[in-house]
Design a protein around this ligand. Sequence first.
Ligand code: CA
Length: 529
Amino acid sequence: MLLRWLVMLVAVATALGVSPRSAMAAEEKPPNILFIFTDDLTCQAISTYGERRRLLNTPNIDRLAAEGMRFDRCLVTNSICGPSRATILTGKYSHLNGFYNNSNSTFDGSQQTFPKLLQKAGYATALIGKWHLVSEPTGFDHWHILPGQGLYYNPPMIRHGEPVKHTGYTTDIITDLSIEWLQQRDRSKPFLLMSQHKAPHREWAPALRHLGWDNDREYPEPETLFDDYAGRSKAIRDHDMGLDRTFTDLDAKLRPAPNMNEEQLKAWNAYYEPRNEKFRQAKLAGKDLVRWRYNRYMHDYLACVKAVDESVGRLLDFLEQEGLAENTVVVFSSDQGFYLGEHGWFDKRWIFEESLRAPLLVRWPGVIKPGGVNSNLVSLLDFAETFLDIAGAPIPNDMQGRSLVPLCRGETPDDWRQSLYYHYYEFPVPHRVRPHYGVITDRYKLVHYYKPDVDDWELLDRQKDPLETINFYHDPAYAETVKELHAELDRLRQEVQETTEPPRRAYGNQPFAGEPPLPKPAKKAKKKA
Ligand code: CA
């Protein structure tokens, strides 16, 4: 009888994903986890990713790659801020965690999340910086967050529900608060610290120390800066996120960033005003205007990344000074990628590579061989299970990702995923990107733009067309590929428990962002005689 119970217990533990390592290492203190998270930071802006344009040098972020592992194909499941965050916390797709879009979703904080499970496993847990999930954080011993999107200067923040005022530049403040918490934490426990930046989110307001950092450089342009979207779906042509049409005065810094004090504003204007005056006099139009905007955008966006890079350096130095570096896993990532002028765009949302791919760097002394590079298809969907696995905590069966720990050890399981499901929902505000879903493989993407006024399929072939400007869907040479990908898409939709009909309502029983009101229930048709 007893034996049968023991066998059952082992079976349950195995089903939950408790690794033998965690059982063996019971006496050892599990590693700390420092999750440094950014908002809209794209691989093209990180030097270790080897962007051909060589936009920026990021020595501190690169250090994580040199001392740890760089994941080259970490993809998101819904390329937008809030939904990505909800997916990281839950290890589930939007349609299961209920957070579909930034417009009208509210995170249901009563559901299972990995910080709650780590708390249960004995971790001290803290969240500092950008949260962006509307409801109050749950699962954290300590939280100190920006309300909503937050501001770049003198940010109002909320600490355990109480408003707090800060003076200074937000990226620096989030770093200060992170270090402060590390100093005051309960040292008897391992920790999870989620240090989450607003930067480099729109409207890309640089720190005063970085104004003019690039000496008015003229940036190399992406090949698709003037993409004409020929042969593509209306969904792509009819966007509202272009440098040619969407860029506001705040984006262009023709108006100063909000909430600066007098002293800050003076330094700000000393840099921007003379340049803005020159711009006004030049009366640029057409491609010249797009080029001016692109260069202004690069100065500002990359300056914001510079501050993040410095912040990473400060945190890594602190870990070393405190003797924490050896037993702390540092994970660096972003909630999605971003367009730096590719296809004429800024912003994210699309299934195309620049916004689909997020940076992911992991440093784990003693487990990850320094300088490792991994090209497996991984996802933000995998983070929750990875963190639980690192901690040796049980992994619930209903999470939809997969632990990256074997990959960190340099072992790719034979049955590692060959494809990933994607679904984006938010429309039409703010950027008129139509909802779409699709399947992504190493080489191909099959995409369906399905509403409200489109019903278009596209096939992308990254091998033949790395810039993703050609739709091969109707090309007879691809007929077999299209057929296979349709089958794979059907399989994935079933596997991830996607509702066959894309949802008409987001969380909270509200109509979907930008959709017309839901139709009233149809009256029963009278039977014709
Ligand atoms: Ca974001």
